[in-house]
Design a protein around this ligand. Structure first.
Ligand SMILES: [Zn+2]
Length: 395
């Protein structure tokens, strides 16, 4: 497991954007010479280094990393085409200059100071020393555990990320509880016990602010100073929302994982969900997918089973008798006309999700009994337990 330690830089030169040239040139080179492979691209990077002084200054590993990124964009495009995926194929795009630049170093080109509060970049740019600002203490780790150092640019400054090769494992007492979660429109989620968690309040507030800022941005004249300022304001707001989202997701996910032995949720295609044009919807979808990622992360850390079940029929089925009860989206209550069971629509779905998860997880390890063999066929089966090993008949 790779841990990510983000430390903030103070001050800074434009180190991150330097890496953009090789990326873009690689894609341009690939567009002009269709059919070339990864090795040609890598070789091209060396040629670039000679042609462009600043590509030459870049640490060779960082240069290679950016060729690799360009290559993964290209192969991703080919894969999508091969699979015949409908919709966008993701044709490799040129990176824009202004935002989200990054430079990645492996083991050379950077050095931490003795007290680990300063980092020095020693490649051709002579970017120099930077003070590190952050909460994670790098003394905690061995230098050999740092596999990659990535300099990233965000709307509010430069950050350096240390990718650490550590296995985070935490002890936890089993609670004997299992839970199913259903994402809804009205609540962030409803669980199989009928409890709900509300959508975080910042969503509404951020939605308004984002709308206002993006309107202001679109009104500015192209290539003007005001446009650059408005863009920065807008991306700072986006950054803030994504940080709030992360905070919410981490805390809630940790809480859910710590108090359950198995957590089940729907395997939703977030990509489809985000397509929705309504802003608040897309924000809450992003919050959900961040939450899910953290559930899976903490599941690994704490040794809790996490199951993503296929999202079909989870709300249509009756969680009491398995009968099908079709309902429209506006119908908030599940009323079974087979068995008379009445429950909140989302709770019913959450119960179905949990039950589906328990069925799919099944057995891991060596299997002694094959499911097809009726264990009762043997004569040694005691008569007092006629049902032993037989599948339960569905009521
Ligand atoms: Zn029923």
């Amino acid at each position: 497991m790779m841990g990510n330690c983000q430390v903030r830089f103070l001050g800074g030169r434009d180190a991150a954007t330097y890496a953009l040239l090789p990326d873009n040139s690689c894609i341009r080179y690939w567009m002009d010479n269709k059919g070339i492979g990864k090795y040609e691209l890598s070789a091209y990077c060396a040629v670039l280094a000679k042609q462009f002084p600043f590509a030459g200054k870049l640490n060779s590993q960082a240069r290679q990393a950016s060729a690799e990124r360009a290559w993964s964009a290209i192969t991703g495009f080919y894969d999508n085409c091969k699979k015949g995926k409908p919709g966008k194929k993701g044709f490799p795009r040129f990176k824009k200059h202004q935002t989200h630049g990054s430079v990645e170093y492996k083991t050379t080109g950077w050095k931490l100071s003795e007290d680990r509060r300063t980092i020095t970049f020693s490649d051709g740019f002579k970017a120099g020393n930077f003070k590190l600002w952050g909460t994670r203490d790098l003394h905690f780790y061995q230098l050999s555990q740092i596999k990659r150092v990535r300099v990233v640019r965000r709307a509010d400054g430069y950050y350096v990320q240390f990718c650490l090769d550590i296995e985070r494992v935490e002890k936890r007492e089993p609670t004997g509880k299992t839970i199913g979660l259903d994402v809804g429109l009205t609540h962030f989620y409803t669980d199989s016990g009928g409890q709900t968690v509300e959508n975080p309040r910042y969503l509404r507030k951020s939605e308004k602010a984002l709308k206002r800022l993006s309107k202001r941005f679109s009104r500015t004249k192209k290539a003007s100073n005001n446009r650059a300022k408005a863009r920065n304001r807008l991306s700072r707001k986006h950054l803030k929302v994504s940080r709030q989202r992360k905070d919410f997701a981490v805390k809630l996910a940790k809480c859910v994982i710590e108090s359950n032995d198995l957590v089940a949720y729907e395997d939703l295609q977030v990509r489809n969900m985000v397509k929705n044009t309504k802003l608040s919807k897309s924000i809450s979808d992003a919050a959900w997918s961040a939450f899910r990622d953290w559930l899976e992360y903490f599941g690994k850390v704490f040794g809790v089973v996490t199951v993503a079940v296929p999202p079909h029929y989870t709300s249509a089925n009756c969680s009491n008798c398995r009968g099908v009860v079709k309902k429209s989206l506006s119908q908030r209550t599940h009323r079974c006309h087979h068995c008379g069971f009445v429950l909140d629509r989302d709770s019913n779905a959450a119960r179905n999700i949990l039950e589906l998860a328990l069925r799919t997880v099944g057995h891991t390890g060596t299997l002694n009994a094959s499911g097809d063999i009726d264990l009762c066929l043997g004569e040694e089966t005691p008569l007092s337990k006629p049902n032993r090993g037989k599948r339960k008949s569905r009521k």
